[in-house]
Design a protein around this ligand. Structure first.
Ligand SMILES: [Zn+2]
Length: 284
């Protein structure tokens, strides 16, 4: 009997905690606005990746659009609390849904800027008519300079990296750059093969970023970063590429290489960075 009672208590405890847990999982965290410089802000929370905005003399420039209309509208509401200036441009760091699907929450007719490959990926992904009205209308392939009052914003494309359309949004005067998903600090880099991402291109891109005169790096899924974290990401990626190259030269199969790196069949919907690098080297 005693045994049953204890079991009952445990079950009761589990049942009462479980709904709280699942509810917390489902709820979207509130938006948080962090002032990075006098005119640049980072937006975390809400639905989708971290975003940001720049308040210029007469206009506001938003970098990335959140994942839902609701979060985008909330972000615009927060901007309105800080400035009467209207949002003139949305710059997209790349085409992933957690960075662009919130576009439907923006007023029609504002300029949306992206790399030309990003437009192509979005054109394929946006089936919904509402989103199709927010496809980028200004695209470029190498570099684009924007001037908002006195502020120069440099949009720079380096190489295929996380996708083949990632751009860096660089504010040279303020030494701040937005990197989208070009860096992940607490997990392996993510390479979208289906969007022509490439780990060797990512290394070259990160080296290009390290040459910029910037010291504050805002990105999609983590805390603000600095050059030392980017440098150690470059080092670890190069080490991994070198080790995989050696294993391939020794005739190891993908399964054997994965075993060397301790990679189990992953739950993730994306292949691991080791598999990506293996296939890239095999194709060279
Ligand atoms: Zn992404």
């Amino acid at each position: 009997m005693k045994k049953y009672r204890r079991l009952f208590i445990i079950l009761f405890a589990a049942a009462s905690l479980f709904p709280l847990y699942t509810q917390a999982q489902r709820e979207t965290p509130p938006l948080e606005i962090t002032k990075v410089t006098e005119s640049i802000y980072e937006v975390t929370g809400g639905s989708g990746a971290n975003t940001g905005f720049f308040i210029g003399e007469n206009q506001v420039v938003v970098i990335d659009a959140k994942m839902t209309r609701e979060s985008a509208v909330q972000m615009i509401g927060e901007i309105k609390k800080l400035t009467p200036n209207p949002v003139k441009y949305v710059i997209l760091t790349h085409s992933d849904g957690d960075h662009v699907n919130g576009l439907s929450g923006f007023p029609k007719g504002i300029d949306i800027i992206a790399h030309s490959n990003t437009l192509q990926h979005m054109d394929k992904a946006f089936e919904d008519q509402e989103l199709r009205e927010h496809l980028p209308n200004i695209t470029f392939s190498n570099e684009l300079d924007l001037y908002i009052g006195e502020e120069n914003i440099r949009l720079i494309y380096f190489y295929p990296a996380h996708t083949d359309g990632d751009i860096v949004v660089f504010f040279p005067e303020q030494k701040v750059a937005f990197l989208g998903d070009l860096i992940f600090l607490d997990r392996d880099p993510l390479i979208h093969k289906h969007k022509n991402g490439n780990s060797f291109g990512l290394v070259k891109t990160l080296k290009g970023i390290l040459e910029l005169e910037a010291d504050t790096f805002i990105h999609g899924h983590g805390e603000i970063a600095h050059k030392k974290e980017i440098q150690s990401l470059v080092d670890s990626l190069e080490k991994k590429q070198e080790r995989i190259k050696n294993l391939i030269q020794q005739g190891k199969s993908l399964e054997e290489v994965k075993k060397e790196f301790g990679i189990e069949e992953s739950q993730s919907r994306w292949p691991s960075i080791v598999e990506i690098i293996y296939e890239e080297i095999k194709k060279l």
